[in-house]
Design a protein around this ligand. Structure first.
Ligand SMILES: C[S@@+](CC[C@H](N)C(=O)[O-])C[C@H]1O[C@@H](n2cnc3c(N)ncnc32)[C@H](O)[C@@H]1O
Length: 290
């Protein structure tokens, strides 16, 4: 048996559905949690167990059931300023580089791919909003995308529980950028309007920002792709990236041995750059990627 009480074929079908819809594979420890994750979906749709869920997926053709099932199997773990030193480095280094590179057009585009319930994008939006004076006259676009419609729905609303708001968010930012309501902590309108959230499968959907993203966050989702999917994902990220741009991956992720589309940035620790045209300061010859 792969998980709990259901048949092995039910688990296989569910894992196959997840992979074909999102590219995500389930690690063994998450296979054990499938039944628990899908319980609310089964309750909502009046389905008794996992075998019955698989039968319903096959026979009912219900788009809603399929979306709910896939959504419930995704790992949406996230929190504010996750791996906070990354944000400190970006604030003091990457943004400075990008200010110089884009000084003429005065435009900055940030893409959070796999943004889940939004905390990562709100973290950047707060950071940039606090530098508003410095960016006066610039057009700053922050785009957050995720394959999970449930996660994007939550990101758009910007409402977080006491537990979520305390995870990684310093108190000063919490009170400055969120209002306490009966339902939880709600991002202020001035913060919400700074981010455009949409449902997107990064592997298959039409790219939202072809060739224009200056700073791309793609953290903690490549981890769960197979090697082939990861290659495809890197090609998509490269297609979105501006020629002189930075890519941010999760702490456990790297480009090494995964792709030749990006290389470790020679000047900004922990970040990556398109391999074919590394970031350079205006007027200075590019350093040639090997
Ligand atoms: C573990 S969360 C990471 C969230 C955030 N980037 C962070 O590091 O805190 C991974 C997110 O990637 C999303 N995801 C998985 N496969 C995806 C795909 N093919 N396209 C877009 N998003 C995907 C999941 O729905 C999930 O919200």
């Amino acid at each position: 048996m792969m998980g709990g009480s259901a048949s092995e074929s039910a688990y296989r079908v569910l894992m196959g559905v997840l992979e074909s819809r999102t590219g995500q594979t389930l690690s063994p420890n998450r296979i054990w949690r499938i039944e628990m994750s899908l319980k609310p979906v089964m309750q909502r749709h009046g389905i008794a167990d996992l075998d019955a869920l698989v039968a319903a997926l096959v026979t009912s053709n219900s788009r809603q059931l399929l979306d709910d099932t896939v959504d419930a199997m995704l790992n949406n773990e996230t929190y504010f300023y996750r791996e906070h030193s990354v944000f400190d480095d970006i604030a003091s280094n990457a943004l400075e580089h990008l200010r110089q590179i884009n000084a003429r057009q005065r435009r900055l585009t940030i893409w959070h791919c796999g943004v889940s319930t939004g905390q990562e994008a709100y973290s950047m939006a707060m950071l940039l909003a606090e530098q508003d004076r410095k960016w006066a006259g610039w057009q700053i676009d922050i785009v957050g995308t995720d394959v999970s419609y449930h996660a994007i729905g939550r990101a758009r609303v910007g409402l977080y529980s006491q537990f979520e708001i305390q995870r990684g968010l310093p108190v000063q930012r919490m009170v400055r950028w969120f209002d306490q309501t009966e339902a939880g902590w709600l991002a202020k309108a001035d913060l919400r309007r700074r981010i455009d959230f949409s449902v997107q499968n990064m592997l298959t959907d039409r790219p939202p920002l072809a060739g224009t993203a200056d700073l791309i966050f793609c953290r903690n989702l490549l981890l769960y792709f197979s090697a082939d999917m990861r290659k495809k994902a890197f090609a998509k990220l490269r297609a979105m990236a501006a020629p002189q741009s930075f890519l941010v991956l999760g702490a456990g992720e790297t480009v090494l041995g995964q792709t030749d589309q990006f290389v470790a940035s020679p000047r900004l620790r922990g970040l990556y750059e398109p391999a074919d045209q590394q970031v350079r300061r205006p007027g200075i010859a590019p350093s040639i990627a090997a």
